[in-house]
Design a protein around this ligand. Sequence first.
Ligand code: GCU
Length: 683
Amino acid sequence: HPGDGYLAWQQYRRNTAGVNVDQYAVYKHIVVDAQEGAVIRSAVDELAQGMEGITGTKVSISGDNESAPGIIIGIFGTGTGIDELFSAGVSSAVKAEGYAIQTDSLTGNIAIGAVTSAGILYGVFHLLRIMGTGGSVRQLSIVENPVNQLRMINQWDNMDGSVERGYAGKSIFYEDNRITGNLQRIQDYARLLASSGINAIAINNVNVHRVESRLLTEFLPDVAKLAAIFRAYAIKLFLSVNYASTMEIGGLPSADPLDSDVREWWRAAASEIYAAIPDFGGFLVKADSENRPGPFTYGRDHADGANMLAEALKPHGGIVIWRCFVYNCKQDWRDRTTDRARAAYDHFQPLDGRFMDNVILQVKNGPIDFQVREPVSPLLGAMPQTNQVIEFQIAQEYTGQQRHVCYLVPQWKEILNFDTHLQGEGTSVKRIVDGSVHGNAYSGFAAVSNIGNDTNWTGHLLAQANLFGYGRLAWNPQMSAEKIALEWIMLTFGTNELLVQTILDILMNSWEIYESYTAPLGVGFMVNPDHHYGPNVDGYEYSMWGTYHFADCYGIGVDRTTATGTGYTSQYARTNMERYESLESCPDELLLFFHHVPYTHVLHSGKTVIQHIYDTHFAGAERASQLAAAWELVKDQVGEQAYRQVADRLAEQAEHAKEWRDRINTYFLRKSGIADQWGRTIY
Ligand code: GCU
């Protein structure tokens, strides 16, 4: 499918702009001792296919190095001679999913060594990334191990073919309440995920309804087929389960986690699953959250519920990933004492120490819900005896729904670099989620996918950068957002300098631009109810969802201080608590998340809150319209189809940003009665 975005960052094209392709073309031979095992086969296929595309010549595959230089692949310690091709100490530095790549200066041979076939696969993708971005292969000396153990994708796909918060078409997994027959597309997705470093996937929505409950039972043979596809790319398959499966499909009268019949049902279900899928990953669970069933019904808590499932999976090596997105979604807006931001911590933190060791709690990055700006969830790291993974949303539910461009890696980086101070200075979120702070058995990243059956996977072509970037960041959170963007741009579009710089600028500015014309200063929401697209300042103000801004004619914001507000700030370690608690030290971008202030309050920037709102909204809409002009510069480099896809969306974004600007500015002019200092048009 040339040019339509289907190949995403796996173009494997001859890339001649400023690149010496000849240095790759001398490699016409892949040497691999035994091609046993699906993952090794995937790796070798990928390498052959990639090399052929990049060099334009066919490569051969065999057990001997017939014509040096070749690319030699092998597992360390298996007597194939691979160990000897590396400098001393290299093979022992490589861990489970890691790899080493080294060029021999005499022969020019490139060796890829690993201790598992998954490591080989990642090593192959690394080499292809170097070639695809025009890097030199003459002196490679690379050792890489993933920083995070679990690097997971969550599909929010329903079996009727819809995707919850999906902005790129229908599900690639399901149609008409069945698992798809289009297994090729699933395999292509597995390749994309593996090439960015993903090693786990939950294939159905966390909101599990009746038909999806049967994935555990009658659909199991088809689930096993999907598991086989992902297995060949070293990706473990998980299922989201209905907490009340015993009642929904099991014919039992209860889902009480302490009921012996209920426990027995889950044990039997787990045995059946492992008989069909011996390396099944485990269950992902949304319980007692947004009207989904859970242990509360029986007077039990989350630990009781999670442990019941963990016990069933334990003999098979499976894990339970239990989500912490639990809050009262039937709040009365008149009730100022309930604060949704507090909920995850209040529910879970007291349970530290009660979860089995094969339970992981999955915590959303912020306390509310994937807003363009939120503080970091205080629950992250606050349960030293409990495994945790952080949950991001690659799908742009609140960041433009893949109609606006919003490169999210800079946001994720900021979150990962946040210092929780939980064990003194330097207790960053990335060190909590990589398991090193608390020495967890399990830890890592999870994120909601942004793909669907649109030809280019993500609707907005530039949104592919978020899927790629998530995987790369999960592998190594030290990578800069810019480096990740550069890799993605070059692999996807080529190495032309103007093109690379132009797209880089668009991506790197996009989050700030989106934030500047939407909800200001961390206050969140202000979107249309239900679908969450487009401006509606009071859309949730009088609803039961707990997401309010409290704007009146004097001021705006939520008082979450301990002194006079909801006490949310007390959930942070002292240093952060004090920073957020005080108006003097609270960062501008989160001011309205933590404080209710008059419109005339002066920010650190020197502007009043009201003038900041006006200024950012005018500037943001203006900058959004410049994105389209920037994209036009690369028209000839990206090809007609790709150009059109993005140009149309940028045009829509520019228009929609004006709508945002005018709704927000008008609302606040009317509420505050304070004119814009510069006298611009506000309606
Ligand atoms: C958000 C989203 C829901 C989703 C929920 C969740 O609230 O709007 O569609 O189900 O998050 O993460 O469970």
